[in-house]
Write a protein that binds this ligand. Structure first.
Ligand code: URA
Length: 273
């Protein structure tokens, strides 16, 4: 069967129109959008865009002043509170105190003077700070004042070496490090050590606290004037507290031993009651 030129022309025209319509339809769908004259690797493009932006960023960084974020401000008292409250035993508290980094007194001290005596004692003595002898030996009240303290308490039957809690003493200080030239601790130093001292008392849990001298009266009772306070029973941290004159003061003022003796008898009466 033959085909004439007219029908052939019609058929070609029909195919062409169909193809064009299909192409237009694809173009409408966006199928031709990515087509360029040359192939384009869009991963390279991302790299190139970043590389192009880099010098601008570097220039901007150079122009801008370097701002180092301020170091977070450390509150030494809050750190002490946290360390002390985490300590669940006296040994843990000793470790927390020994590794506490914010008190500069530690830098000049040979030892951290934590405590001596029997931690089960009914009586806990709180002194001021280690002196030379205490710093060398790492124990509280071992110098001349300490020897007087031992004699004073022996007179009412109490001693740090006693294994019997009834007759024992447990001894510590407000400050565990010797201040230079035995100066008084500053309010800042005392504030840092306050949480450790309070936790020390909580963990040892004595029946009675004896504060010896002005510094422990301030630390425990928040009061000054030991010559006025001495002998007056009071309370702190839920415990009876007896303020007494410091044995170093008694060495300089032997006449005041009379008052110290009266206070020791008052302690003895309290313990017997
Ligand atoms: N004086 C104190 O208060 N404490 C000591 O440990 C020694 C002397």
């Amino acid at each position: 069967m033959g085909i004439d030129a007219d029908s052939l022309g019609q058929q070609i025209l029909g195919d062409w129109q169909a193809s064009l319509a299909a192409l237009e339809w694809l173009q409408e769908l966006g199928a031709l959008d990515p087509m360029l004259d040359a192939p384009l690797n869009r991963y390279d493009l991302a790299e190139r865009e970043v590389a192009a932006a880099r010098p601008q960023a570097q220039a901007a960084a150079k122009a801008a002043p370097i701002v180092t974020p301020p170091a977070p401000k450390i509150d030494p008292v809050a750190v002490a509170q946290d360390a002390a409250s985490r300590s669940q035993t006296l040994e843990a508290l000793r470790e927390a105190l020994t590794t506490y980094p914010h008190c500069d007194l530690k830098k000049g001290a040979r030892n951290t003077v934590f405590a001596d005596g029997n931690p089960k004692a009914r009586v806990m003595i709180v002194g001021e700070a280690p002196g030379r002898d205490e710093d060398l030996q790492g124990l509280p009240f071992v110098g001349r004042a300490g020897q007087l303290l031992d004699r004073m308490f022996a007179a009412i039957g109490l001693g740090r070496a006693s294994p019997d809690a009834e007759r024992a003493l447990y001894i510590s200080n407000v400050m565990p490090w010797r201040p230079p030239s035995n100066r008084e601790p500053t309010p800042e130093e005392m504030a840092m050590m306050g949480p450790f001292l309070q936790r020390h008392v909580e963990l040892a849990d004595p029946e009675v606290i004896v504060v010896m001298g002005n510094t422990p009266a301030q630390a425990v009772l928040r009061q000054k004037g030991i010559t006025r306070l001495r002998g007056q029973w009071t309370q702190a941290w839920g415990k009876p507290v007896l303020p007494m004159l410091h044995p170093a003061y008694l060495l300089r003022n032997p006449i005041a031993k009379r008052e110290a003796w009266a206070d020791l008898l008052s302690l003895q009466t309290h313990l017997r009651g």
